[in-house]
Design a protein around this ligand. Structure first.
Ligand code: F6P
Length: 370
């Protein structure tokens, strides 16, 4: 819905796992806002700066100036800080008996934003932060969402920023692992992040010349991967690279979860070790496991991520100026468009099994373990 209102003060929040490009969005929103004569504020650590101000020496909410966003486009991380433990809809608190519970603090959050006279909020995040944005919008807050995640699992946008950097790094790692795998005639299993979607594994695996790619969308059977490895051996290629998404699971089996905690999404991991152990037993080949983990989230954003992050930030400010609220900015090449938050957060974007990249992988003889 479009309804132009007078804007004086806006606030920015970054929530969930960090992703390269966050600082570029913050810079674009801040400068574009300041240039319109608005005041721009940063909220620390998702919404914790508002909900738990005593934890921050500066009170948790602070003004952003051109100086504070100077030279940050190329920096990884977020100058605002972030958390995946501060979901206002499931805010963790310790009960009298010492156990941890969750409560909904969204009404309090709305009041706090009103008290600070924040006219519009830019929430930069993944499914969690954008779902929070959707609830805040339903309670009257003027919200514009910006899609961030290295996992690329947000629907209604062709891509999220952070994904390209993560895939580029994973591909560079596969390039390096090739030579050592070949020299030792080993199998190397590479576990990558991505939560319940296989985008990072698929795109880096195909680009980096993996021989098998295991993704959550295709439950795997390791006897098929064994066949692939042995066929390569027979053909004289005595090494193999297997990319495993952290959310991948065997046929009839379950996802590997490291920890479950109140107020946050499950932490996944460990499937790489399991796959490595089993492949070594099945093939008799020496196997090593590399977990790329948070390395995928760090470092400088690629040019692609910088540019879409800057475009998203500027588009968010234009949305506020035009009175478009309750929306997420989205990439629909060559354009940036706006989609309602309730549609953007309806479902996760999985890898479609008929996607061109999956077909390309199959044409190249890469196994999905199916
Ligand atoms: O959503 C981004 C992501 O990096 C996932 O790929 C991963 O499962 C999760 O965050 C890890 O979260 P944490 O920052 O809590 O380790």
């Amino acid at each position: 819905m479009k309804r132009k209102v007078k804007i004086s003060r806006i606030a920015i929040s970054t929530g969930g796992g960090d992703a390269p490009g966050l600082n570029a969005v913050i810079r674009a929103v801040t400068i574009s806002g300041l240039n319109r004569g608005w005041e721009v504020f940063g909220i620390r650590d998702g919404f914790n700066g508002l909900l738990d101000p005593a934890s921050f020496p500066d009170g948790g909410v602070f003004p952003l100036s051109k100086q504070s966003v100077r030279g940050i486009t190329h920096l990884g991380g977020t100058i605002l800080g972030t958390t995946n433990k501060g979901n206002p809809l499931r805010f963790p608190y310790v009960g009298e008996d010492g156990s941890v519970h969750e409560k909904d603090r969204s009404d309090e959050l709305v009041e706090l934003l009103n008290k600070l006279k924040i006219d519009a909020l830019v929430t930069i995040g993944g499914d969690g932060s954008l779902s929070i944005g959707k609830v805040l919008a339903s309670k009257g807050v003027r919200v514009v969402g910006v899609p961030k995640t290295i996992d690329n699992d947000l629907d209604k946008t062709v891509i999220t920023f952070g994904f390209d950097t993560a895939v580029s790094f994973a591909t560079a790692c596969l390039d390096r692992l090739h030579s050592t795998a070949e020299s030792h005639r080993r199998v190397i299993v590479v576990e990558v992040m991505g939560r319940y979607a296989g985008w990072i594994a698929l795109n880096s695996g195909v680009s980096g010349g993996a021989n098998a790619i295991l993704i959550p969308e295709i439950p795997f059977d390791l006897s098929k991967v064994k066949e692939q490895i042995e066929a390569r051996d027979r053909a004289g290629s005595l090494f193999s690279l297997v990319v495993v998404a952290e959310g991948a699971r065997p046929k009839g089996g379950s996802i590997s979860v490291v920890s479950r905690e109140p107020g946050r999404a499950d932490l996944l991991g460990g499937v790489g070790e399991k796959v490595g152990r089993e492949l070594q037993a099945l093939t008799g080949k020496e196997t090593r496991v590399v977990v790329l983990g948070h390395l995928l989230r760090g470092g400088s954003p690629t040019t692609f991520d910088r540019l879409i992050a800057l475009r998203f930030g500027s588009a968010a400010v234009r949305a506020i100026e035009e009175g478009r609220f309750g929306v997420m900015v989205a990439l629909d090449p060559p354009k940036v468009k706006y989609v309602p938050l309730h549609l953007a957060t309806k479902r996760m974007k999985s890898v479609p099994l008929d996607s061109d990249v999956v077909k390309t992988a199959r044409d190249l003889g890469i196994s999905f373990g199916d």
